[in-house]
Design a protein around this ligand. Sequence first.
Ligand SMILES: Nc1nc2c(ncn2[C@@H]2O[C@H](COP(=O)(O)OP(=O)(O)OP(=O)(O)O)[C@@H](O)[C@H]2O)c(=O)[nH]1
Ligand SMILES: [Mg+2]
Length: 454
Amino acid sequence: MESVDTICAISTPSGEGGIGILRLSGPLAHLILKTIFRTKKRRGSFVSHRLYLGNIIDPVSSDRIDEVFAVFMDAPRTYTREDIGEVYAHGGYAVQKRILSLMMQSGARLAEPGEFTQRAYLNGRIDLLQAESVLDIIESETDEELLHAMKTLRGLLSGKINGFKEKIKNVLVEVEALIDFPEEDIDVNEKELFAPLEKVTKDLKRLIDSYYEGNAVRHGLEVMIIGRTNVGKSSLLNTLLTKEKAIVTPLPGTTRDMIEDTIHIRGIKVRIVDTAGIGTSDDIVEREGIKRVKERIPEADLILWVIDGSRYFSQEDADIYQQIKERNKIVIINKIDLPRLLETGTVIEMGHPLVEVSALKDTGIETLKQAIYEKLMGKKRHGSLLITNLRHRTMLTRALEAIEKAITGSKDKAPLEFIAFDLRESTHFLGEITGETCGEEILREIFHRFCIGK
Ligand SMILES: Nc1nc2c(ncn2[C@@H]2O[C@H](COP(=O)(O)OP(=O)(O)OP(=O)(O)O)[C@@H](O)[C@H]2O)c(=O)[nH]1
Ligand SMILES: [Mg+2]
């Protein structure tokens, strides 16, 4: 697809900075840059991919706007596969705005969000999966997220999906041959013919399953701190966050609303939620707080159940246990810096693991973090390729369903036309992930999530 116009944008974040980068892409990119960029010696001819020091000059008033570096990059060895011009200016707002408007006066149009990457995709330099991973890289907060986004950008996930597609297509070709030339009486062993699909099904399932971990890497998981009043829930939140986020007082019933913040544990984003102490209360606000906690318990990925080690196990603790016993949980005995009154035996039977901490003295917190990580991620370390995007999971699931239908059809001796249809469907869904068979609507939605200038 040929893009006709030339786009421009400021690619660095707005505000003051050391440098500000402006970009042009399209057939007029070099011409426009030459109109506004002057070096001492050189006029008109620049070697591709080489950095030149010079000035940005207003071609109408001859005003000197800024001293900059500029680079001309010839298509197709560029990000968009079009001619690209870039300017490294001083990072001030006025400077960048002025240069941008000179570019526009000289014939460029302001780029839409993600339009450079969209052109890279439309011109076949990257597929849709890779384009989306560019956004993931920009938005990565943890090393782990970045690692997975980079793997996708390198095309590893695309390779895997294309591999599935190839295998399905090979089967499809044979099925179509059988449909087209039934009279040839080709000697086929149907079992052998459909065998590769079983392996594709297995691999697809594994990839779909990786979404839980992938999603954890990408969006984080929710961990709720639960317990009766005054056991030190808010203190624990603060210690985990290493800041005084929640109010802590010696009075029971201090926390009423849910208070939450995010920490990173070994590359996983964990949203920790402190809650109102569960118990019987006459206070209407506290009762509402408790109601909300109970409603949210089923949504949490993990419960941290806090018990006060310096007090006896109470009926209230036992009641709370009833609420969370089916949940993924860690039992925490807090206040171990105080003399122990809690009978640990009772608690050990109630859950595993059991972690002893002092939120006040910051003891046992590393062990707790390790336990949180293991409880959330389990043994599930796919390590290799993960899917982190709901759109991808949906399409993979549809592709899987279509293949399973084809396999069932082959076993039930369904007409070959039906089987061919299902196989074609599955390759179509896989194609949507990489953008090969993707509608305008989806493209627009994806690229509009980008910032301008990327
Ligand atoms: N000695 C000791 N005191 C602690 C520890 N953790 C919390 N406390 C104290 O216990 C009291 C209650 O702490 P909070 O963190 O407010 O307890 P909470 O569970 O959030 O209480 P509510 O919000 O009322 O349900 C405060 O006086 C804390 O200083 C601990 O590990 N050791
Ligand atoms: Mg509290």
